[in-house]
Design a protein around this ligand. Sequence first.
Ligand SMILES: Cc1cc2nc3c(=O)[nH]c(=O)nc-3n(C[C@H](O)[C@H](O)[C@H](O)COP(=O)(O)OP(=O)(O)OC[C@H]3O[C@@H](n4cnc5c(N)ncnc54)[C@H](O)[C@@H]3O)c2cc1C
Length: 296
Amino acid sequence: MPNMPRFNFHRPGTMEEALDLVSRFRASVKVMCGGTDLVPKMRAGVAVAENVVSLTRVPGLSTISYRDDDGLVIGGTARISDVARHPDVRRHYPALAYACDKMATVQIRNMGTVAGNLANAAPSADTAAPLLAYGASLVLVERGGRRQVPLEDFFTGPGLTVAEPMEIIEAIRVPAPPLRSGSAYLRVSARSKVDIAAVGVAAALNLDLEGRVIGVRIALAAVGPTPLRARQAEDMLMEQIPDHDLLARAGAACVRTAKPIDDVRASANFRRAMVQTLAQRVLARCGRLARGEDAQ
Ligand SMILES: Cc1cc2nc3c(=O)[nH]c(=O)nc-3n(C[C@H](O)[C@H](O)[C@H](O)COP(=O)(O)OP(=O)(O)OC[C@H]3O[C@@H](n4cnc5c(N)ncnc54)[C@H](O)[C@@H]3O)c2cc1C
């Protein structure tokens, strides 16, 4: 294993201090939360930084809060395991709770953060698909400025985002789920549980009193250079009763959106087959939850 390159490690005690540091070292700085992606990448020489700014001592950044009128706010250093077991996440955002519960290992979930998972921008990032399905946004701060970026505009390629080196993800904001809605996420991986997803599908669906779809978002993981919205399938479902036939056709539309590749985790053909199967299952579960037929 290669040696870790030398770098200066900073652990600021306030957000102002953290923003000063990333602004000062912007040409060669990396923000770190759990370090579960960053440290192996620095060791392998894939990520290079003379300065690493850890956010773990910044107070108030690990908070997770929920309000019916405002939705969920996940702080920039909130751990994956804390999100997974948060009662409001489990109750209102089952797709995200499931993703946080099933991804990686206990140790990684206890160290790693949702913000780090998104900023790392792997096409397979397990929290990205559910958060895209929920219409989440990221609050990015820098010294003297703050902006909110919809998650669907955040990813630009594998490992690439619109965030600047001196910007820090302060929080992830997720709208409150509407009445008669359901959400779900499913993933498959090559080596049973502890492995990066070979395919993931998440959806959030909202029905009217007659059972017609009045809102739907579907997101696909690990089948493109970024996590993808399956808009063709979404359009197909809108204002329809989501019966078995329609869900099969929506699954086929998700396959048409997917741009899978052959790699060590799975073949493109296997990925296409899994997108069809997982999309149908996820959408069927969303429908049952929205109709109140399944407990959350
Ligand atoms: C054994 C193993 C198994 C794994 N399994 C999975 C899996 O099943 N599914 C999956 O999706 N991932 C998996 N991962 C990847 C990783 O654990 C997650 O992506 C994790 O959520 C990263 O969070 P972190 O806090 O450790 O990020 P870090 O390593 O601290 O940072 C990752 C990147 O995000 C940036 N960053 C971090 N926090 C912020 C912030 N607040 N603002 C701006 N930029 C920030 C860093 O600069 C860095 O570029 C696995 C990793 C390992 C080592």
